[in-house]
Design a protein around this ligand. Structure first.
Ligand SMILES: C[S@@+](CC[C@H](N)C(=O)[O-])C[C@H]1O[C@@H](n2cnc3c(N)ncnc32)[C@H](O)[C@@H]1O
Length: 405
């Protein structure tokens, strides 16, 4: 009983109800953007489709977890003293036995005190570990090649990820883009205060990129970054609601309930030449600088920032098929959704947009770095966009689109 009470205290409480997308609100979206077989779906047929879609989307999380396992194998330093793999020399490094040796170290390492390895062990439970990991390595490499070919062909990432595993990876950079967008929206006089903010899919920093690391505890950045941008711009100190399908993200947010501060590690690969503005954002990120965990690697500069924990709650919610039922005064002034809607096709994105519009206050903004199909029947419009450059070498660009209710 005591354990149950403690669990209740530890969990963020979300008063609002989660509901399936009301059929009436997306009738127009069906007519305007649905694939032919769904265009004339009635409420029952749509509900059945949405239920299946929800299971299919949630199943994609598992494949994203396996992708994270592969990235840990390539780039992790918490279980091995061997060098990290590099994408440029991957074939030669594999021929020289580096991949195999890293795999041996990964499988031998103790998960005690290492959250990432503990998670990998759960993924490997009951499997023939070595071959299983190597099969996933092959799949991930094949997908990387396919995605690059698709991006090169279409000159954009649109749809390249819409059937892939859903990963949780996150970095500081999209938060810099959101910060730029908020500044520009404020300068135009379009946003005067933010009392309630929501983050859809804040993610967890596991290691998912070549420039990712695993020498510090798993962390989330976006809830703190967005709250701090809003505060620094003098727009308020909003409550933050997290909406995500990942039980790992929700559980991580739940741990914040018992904390007054949260420290974020900010390692930066110095071989990438960030723009002066991105660098300035990194250098001044967070209200209070603290000593970082030293990086066990060359070419990594690091800092750390401590944040007070804002009023924060979280709900398991699939934005493609669900929304929170909110009273007018509970609706959000700002919703941020970066690097999440890219996982969905245009029809699914249009449904997500309908769910987001229903949760925004009139005049409120969605900021997303995906350009989304706006069905005429959904009360939300593209109001502007902010283009940012993260790094010159390699050239890495992003655009944040401002959708206003
Ligand atoms: C790649 S991470 C992006 C993290 C962060 N927003 C960023 O830009 O760095 C994608 C996040 O979206 C969440 N997500 C994916 N599909 C979702 C859905 N349909 N509804 C809610 N959350 C979703 C994932 O669980 C994960 O937390």
């Amino acid at each position: 009983m005591r354990a149950f009470l403690l669990l209740l205290l530890a969990l963020p409480v979300l008063a609002a109800d989660r509901v399936a997308t009301p059929y009436e609100s997306i009738r127009g979206v069906l007519q305007e953007l649905a694939p032919p077989e769904l265009k004339s779906a009635d409420a029952r047929a749509f509900a059945a489709w949405a239920k299946d879609k929800d299971s299919a989307i949630r199943a994609r999380l598992h494949q994203g977890d396996l992708d994270s396992m592969v990235n840990l194998l390539f780039y992790g330093t918490s279980f091995t003293a061997l060098p990290r793999m590099t994408l440029e020399n991957f074939a030669a490094e594999t021929r020289a036995g580096l991949l195999r040796a890293r795999l041996d170290d990964l499988l031998k390492a103790s998960p005690v005190g290492n959250e990432r390895l503990g998670f990998v062990k759960t993924l490997l439970a009951g499997k023939d570990a070595g071959p299983f990991v190597l099969d996933n390595v092959q799949r991930v490499l094949k997908e990387k090649i396919e995605i690059n070919a698709q991006i090169a062909q279409q000159d954009s990432a649109a749809n390249a990820f819409s059937t892939r595993g859903v990963s949780l990876d996150t970095t500081i950079l999209p938060n810099y883009a959101v910060d730029v967008a908020l500044r520009e929206i404020q300068a135009r006089g379009l946003l005067r205060s933010v009392a309630r903010a929501a983050i859809i899919g804040p993610g967890l920093d596991f290691i998912d990129k070549e420039a990712g690391f695993d020498f510090y505890p798993l962390q989330t950045l976006q809830p703190f970054a967005v709250h701090d941008s809003v505060r620094r711009l003098g727009l308020g100190t909003p409550s933050v609601t997290i909406l995500d399908i990942s039980p790992r993200v929700i559980a991580h947010i739940a741990t914040l309930r018992t904390r007054t501060s949260y420290t974020i590690q900010l390692p930066r690969d110095t071989t990438r030449s960030w723009t002066p503005a991105a660098l300035e954002y990194w250098k001044t990120f967070g209200p209070e600088a603290v000593d970082p965990i030293p990086a066990p690697l060359k070419n990594v500069e690091t800092r750390a920032a401590r944040f007070p924990v804002p009023a924060i709650d979280a709900a398991d919610l699939n934005i493609v098929g669900q929304q929170l039922r909110l009273k007018p005064e509970e609706k959000f002034d700002l919703i941020v959704a970066t690097n999440i809607l890219v996982y969905y096709n245009p029809f699914e994105q249009a449904l997500a947009l309908a769910n987001i519009a229903a949760m925004l206050k009139p005049g409120g903004f969605l900021l997303s770095n995906d350009q989304l199909p706006v069905a005429p029947s959904v009360p939300i419009r593209l109001a502007g966009q902010s283009a940012v450059t993260y790094s010159e070498q390699p050239l890495t660009l992003d655009t944040v689109y401002w959708y206003q209710r």
